[in-house]
Design a protein around this ligand. Structure first.
Ligand SMILES: [Zn+2]
Length: 306
């Protein structure tokens, strides 16, 4: 078992003890289609599926390792463990829900450092894999053998970065040169009223839904309220909403718009959004709002300012 000193160790059991050994010859990069921290990726592997990757990478470049690099992980189909005992090391990385966004500069820097370590530790050669079994570096969709029926993962933007920035960066750093500066990403805007697109709204609903599901058992009213809040946070009223409900939604939206816009701008880590939305859900299912909603919405709330 080998553990990368640059990663937080979050060992996944029983997989770490029970899965067979591999001799790692490849690194395969993935996007997880969720804006998750390494800790959240660990929880997902632990609680929601029997698949897993060796590493999890957050938007801020933070890295966790779940399984030693000489143990099989299950993210790459036929590349996980081959008949000759070789296998791929896998890294899942935070992305948007469609995995269409590029890796952040911080993510790229972490991947390059990990790539150098894998080269030094396991002798993974400094090249792009030339076939599904060829030792080297790659990304999930590079070969159909590495997925079940094909995949777009990690997305077009990240495939370009892999070839243009990451692979040259690993080679340069492993040879003791300064890696080329990553391509600059657009500077975040400082506007608080940035409109949300459909993907952002969908992301907010998913976070609210996950938060509600992962919390303590809630009653039906709490679920209904969280459903309403999900709409409110996305700046919409549910279909058929009364004027009172529309006002309530507008008020909630106003309250959280700046925080949501900050996340959309990548100015806040996704974990910070989760915390804020979790707090919002807690507030929404609190007695006062639940009572107001349950009482037929006979309340009038005027949105603050405009
Ligand atoms: Zn993948």
């Amino acid at each position: 078992m080998a553990w990368y000193p640059g990663a937080q160790k979050l060992e996944l059991q029983p997989e770490s003890d029970q899965q067979p050994a591999i001799r790692p010859t490849q690194l395969i990069l993935h996007s997880i289609a969720a804006p998750w921290t390494p800790g959240r990726i660990y929880e997902y592997w632990r609680d929601s599926t029997n698949l897993e990757s060796h590493f999890g990478l957050g938007y801020d470049g933070s890295l966790a390792q779940f399984i030693g690099t000489e143990t099989r992980a299950d993210a790459n189909m036929h590349a996980n463990l081959r008949a000759d005992g070789t296998g791929a090391v896998s890294l899942e990385s935070a992305s948007n829900l469609q995995h269409t966004d590029p890796w952040t500069d911080a993510q790229i820097a972490t991947i390059i450092r990990l790539g150098v370590w894998l080269h030094q530790q396991h002798g993974i050669p400094l090249r792009v894999c030339r076939s599904a079994t060829d030792p080297g570096f790659g990304y999930h969709r590079l070969f159909p053998d590495w997925s079940d029926g094909g995949t777009a993962c990690p997305g077009d933007a990240r495939v370009r970065q892999f070839h243009d920035v990451i692979m040259p960066g690993i080679i340069a750093a492993a040879n003791g040169q300064t890696p080329p500066a990553p391509a600059p990403t657009p500077a975040p805007t400082q506007e608080d009223d940035m409109p949300l697109n459909d993907a952002d709204k969908q992301a907010i609903r998913e976070i609210v839904r996950d938060t509600v599901r992962s919390g303590p058992p809630a009653d039906r009213d709490a679920y209904a309220d969280a459903y309403l809040l999900a709409y409110a946070l996305a700046g919409e009223a549910p279909p058929g909403a009364s004027d009172d409900l529309k006002n309530l939604c507008a008020w909630y939206h106003q309250a959280f718009q700046s925080c949501v816009a900050a996340v959309v701008d990548n100015r806040l880590a996704a974990s910070a959004l989760e915390e804020k939305v979790t707090a919002a859900v807690s507030a929404a299912v609190g007695p006062a709002v639940a009572q107001a909603l349950g009482a037929g919405l006979e309340i009038t709330i005027t949105p603050k300012g405009n």
